[in-house]
Design a binder for this molecule. Structure first.
Ligand code: B12
Ligand code: SF4
Ligand code: SF4
Length: 319
């Protein structure tokens, strides 16, 4: 009976367009909570103080939804036929592939809410709480428990066929479903991501956010130090390098969803053009886009620094 209901729920998730779905218990992995606590204590979260505030709630997902019995973990691939080049010419910048199209929070939320309604139609009395990214839930850890993928040395959840360009979202449900098996690590002896990270932000399975270009360009507020300026290179929002080099992304499936394809002015954009972007144009180009996270001020700071860095490309440091 439990198997049948679980299969039906999973079928509904696939019908809603999710590429991967799995079921986890509501209990967090204690060693992951410990890892998270130590990571924060070491100051690796930088200015992201909300991660400190989230700790108590992350210990117990029932603080998000008291009736939760299972967590339905869903993933959606954002891999498209486009790829950021490994190096860009002068006057150009890069925006991470996850932010080229529509804001994934909105895309995932809509799909998860529709899925919850379908589950409620299937199972009388079913209730749940939809979660994507911003809630205090150890999303990667639960995705691993639900068999969605393993946590790689670049800290991303990787699926053998869909790779790591996947967004995660969950529904905390008040019903029992059959739990999946935890996915095992398939990184093996590979160290590509560790070697490719231009800022040495990665030690195996641990990321120092204060050195990560994604953190610097998306989350950090205020001016950059001299070292931070040189770290961001020509990245104006986010960074894909530790995923681009991952062999599991080289051969992964390409769903090519139109909502995640680059909008005009987001694929290797001209820095000169962005330097004169007005606030009004920012609102238009990045409407319902994850780039809004940096706000106009943050994006313009990044563009300014990337333009300075691009003017240094190819010049001798002795000049
Ligand atoms: C803060 C945050 C960031 C920070 C810090 C990232 C980091 N690696 O910690 C910054 C701004 C740098 C960032 C960047 C990115 N992020 Co982000 N981010 C988050 C957020 C909001 C919280 C993550 C967090 O708590 N980090 C602290 C670390 C300690 O926790 P953790 O990464 O979850 O790792 C846990 C487990 O993996 C496990 N674990 C990890 N390593 C080890 C090692 C050992 C020994 C053990 C025992 C356990 C363990 O324990 C950890 C704690 O539970 C989550 C959403 C969420 N609610 O979880 C999205 C999330 C992780 N981000 C996501 C994405 C897409 C990105 C970017 C790709 C965006 C981009 N291109 O710019 C990059 C990827 C960079 C990278 N290599 O991680 C996705 C990841 C999808 C995936 N396939 O894994 C998430 C899940 C959002 C979502 N809903 O889709 N992000
Ligand atoms: S996102 Fe970029 S800067 Fe951050 S760990 Fe990966 S390669 Fe390094
Ligand atoms: S590049 Fe290699 S080590 Fe890094 S996450 Fe991918 S498989 Fe693991």
């Amino acid at each position: 009976m439990l198997n049948k209901v679980t299969e039906k729920v999973k079928d509904l998730a696939f019908a809603e367009g999710f590429h991967l779905v799995g079921v986890s218990s509501v209990e967090p992995q204690s060693e992951h909570l410990e890892f998270y606590k130590t990571w924060l204590q070491k100051g690796l979260g930088g200015q992201m103080e909300y991660l400190q505030r989230h700790f108590e709630k992350k210990k117990n997902p029932r603080s998000l939804y008291p009736d939760a019995k299972t967590i339905l973990c869903c993933a959606l691939s954002y891999k498209t036929s486009f790829e950021n080049p490994s190096s860009v010419s002068m006057e150009k910048g890069t925006i991470s592939n996850y932010a080229w199209g529509d804001d994934y929070h909105e895309v995932m939320n809509e799909k998860l809410k529709a899925l919850l309604s379908q589950i409620q139609a299937l199972i009388p009395g079913a209730q749940g709480e939809v979660v994507v990214d911003t809630a205090p839930l150890l999303e990667r850890s639960f995705a691993q428990q639900a068999g969605i993928g393993w946590i790689g040395k670049n800290t991303c959840v990787i699926h053998p066929h869909f790779g790591s360009y996947i967004f995660l979202g969950e529904i905390l449900l008040n019903i029992d479903l059959k739990k999946d098996l935890l996915e095992l690590d398939h990184c093996g002896s590979c160290t590509r991501c560790l070697e490719a990270c231009p800022t040495q932000a990665l030690t195996p399975y641990e990321l120092d956010a204060t050195r990560c270009i994604a953190y610097l360009t998306n989350e950090k507020r205020g001016e950059f130090s001299k070292e931070e300026k040189s770290m961001i290179g020509q990245h104006i929002f986010g960074c894909d390098i530790c995923q681009q080099v991952c062999p599991w992304n080289e051969k992964s499936l390409v769903p090519d969803l139109s909502c995640f394809k680059p909008r005009p002015h987001t694929f290797v954009p001209s820095l000169q053009a962005l330097k004169v972007l007005t606030q009004e144009e920012f609102k238009q180009i990045f409407k319902n886009s994850s780039v809004q996270r940096a706000k106009y001020k943050g994006l313009m700071r990044n563009v300014e620094v990337a333009a300075e860095n691009s003017s240094l490309v190819g010049k001798s440091i002795l000049v």
